[in-house]
Design a protein around this ligand. Structure first.
Ligand code: PMT
Length: 404
């Protein structure tokens, strides 16, 4: 069977010189068995003709909202529902900006806004346009919206300048498309439990001890596992943003003790448990039932007692076939500390993120991680969006499970 047999792909083409490569991309997708609907921006037609693309795809190209002579309406909503994947290649700076900001003034962007499934973009433009803060801001927005960015390559550009801005080669784009579909069901039948976000430890009715976790890393993992077919239950501390995939069950908790109680229940039957939450190690020994008043003295003392170690408690009850993955958030001597935690908590894998790395850790849309396993294996990844980091971590978890 061909690798893309039965897959519905919308190929979005925008107005840049790299549009000529889209014909090759289209042909490669078709040869692998995909059904492809081309959607072009009006500017793209200046670079490649709809006749070429409709001949290769075997379908009329969609470009306008209406067919001029018949008044027939092209439904971007139907296209968005039909597609298993949308690939915009080449994606110009203008289209990236419109996609990032919801400017729905053409068929391609309205289709993107209606797309229910995964979207990839392959940017192509001159090096200065690619490097400009505005383009990079739009790419970061799209990445945090879950769009997969197929980075531009270095090389000679249409301006004859040499630098980063060339569209990735059609073969490389097809490889990403194949990877996407091969990952899509590789967690089918698995149950995944994930702790997410911070915990709040009450001091009195108006104050608590907490931390900066936003839940972005934990929910990126939840989205990744759900998109790969797993049943996902997230046990989340107080956060403001939740996953968009409605199949993800979120159990809302506040304190470490509440998170511990839910995790013990959920993780008992989970194939994979991931501890991405930043759990407070201590809580106030006594919670005041009224607001603590300012005293005359200059200082005050709150006595703290140790919270349950959730990951360790779950590990104590671990059954055969279960995989337990922790995160280590470090500020110094990162690798050694992460290794120590992996042993001490009796986990199978530790994902180290260090606050020494710019763009890593709390609240950011990016992270930089090193994955460590019990057999001494270490793999360091570059700075990526939390969505891409989640893909890498899940790939590593599935690799590890093959050996378990
Ligand atoms: O939520 P974001 O803003 O996206 O930030 C993501 C993150 C930085 C919070 C995340 O990537 C991360 O590193 N989470 C773990 C933070 C942490 O508490 O690390 P730790 O080194 O203190 O704990 C080690 C492991 O034990 C973690 O898996 C933690 O969830 C777990 N733990 C810790 C203490 C405790 N009482 N119970 C636990 O289960």
């Amino acid at each position: 069977m061909k690798s893309l047999e039965g897959k519905h792909i919308v190929l979005g083409i925008t107005g840049g010189i790299a549009a000529y490569k889209s014909a090759v991309l289209l042909r490669l997708l078709i040869k692998r068995g995909a059904e492809v609907q081309v959607v072009m921006t009006p500017a793209a037609k200046e670079f490649i003709t709809p006749v070429t693309l409709s001949t290769l795809s075997g379908k009329p190209v969609v470009s306008e909202f209406f067919t001029a002579n018949t008044g027939e309406w092209h439904s971007h909503v139907d296209l968005g529902l039909w597609a298993d994947l949308m690939v915009v290649a080449p994606a110009t700076a203008s289209t990236l900006g419109k996609m990032a900001n919801g400017i729905a003034d053409n068929m391609l962007v309205t289709t993107y806004l209606s797309a229910k499934e995964h979207v990839m973009v392959a940017p192509a433009m001159d090096l200065d346009m690619y490097a400009s803060p505005s383009t990079q801001r739009n790419l970061a927005t799209l990445a945090s919206d879950g769009v997969e960015i197929i980075e531009a390559a270095e090389g000679e550009l249409a301006s004859h300048l040499v630098g980063k801005g060339r569209m990735a080669e059609p073969e490389a784009i097809v490889e990403r498309v194949e990877q996407f579909f091969s990952r899509r069901h590789d967690m089918a039948g698995m149950k995944v439990a994930i702790t997410v976000g911070p915990t709040y430890e009450k001091i009195d009715p108006v104050r608590f001890i907490g931390n900066y976790s936003s839940g972005k890393m934990g929910f990126a993992l939840a989205e990744e596992c759900a998109s790969r077919g797993a049943e996902v239950i997230a046990i989340a501390g107080p956060v403001t943003n939740y996953p968009s995939n409605p199949s993800i069950r979120v159990l809302k908790v506040e304190s470490a003790e509440e998170m511990n109680a839910e995790a013990l229940k959920v993780c008992a039957s989970a194939d994979v448990s991931i501890f991405a939450a930043a759990v407070a190690d201590y809580r106030p020994e006594r919670v005041s039932d009224h607001k603590i008043k300012r005293e005359n003295s200059e200082d005050m003392t709150i006595r703290l007692v140790r919270n349950p170690d959730i990951a360790r408690n779950v590990a104590e009850l671990k059954k055969d076939g279960q995989t337990l993955v922790g995160f280590a958030l470090e500020t110094d001597d990162a690798l050694n500390n992460a290794e120590r935690k992996l042993e001490k908590k009796n986990l199978d894998m530790m994902v180290l993120n260090s606050l020494e790395d710019k763009g890593a850790g709390f609240r950011t849309d990016t992270n930089k991680v090193t994955v460590i396993t019990r057999d001494g294996f270490r793999k360091a990844f570059p700075l990526k969006s939390k969505k891409e980091v989640a893909t890498d971590i899940v790939d590593m978890i599935l690799e590890l499970r093959k050996k378990q």
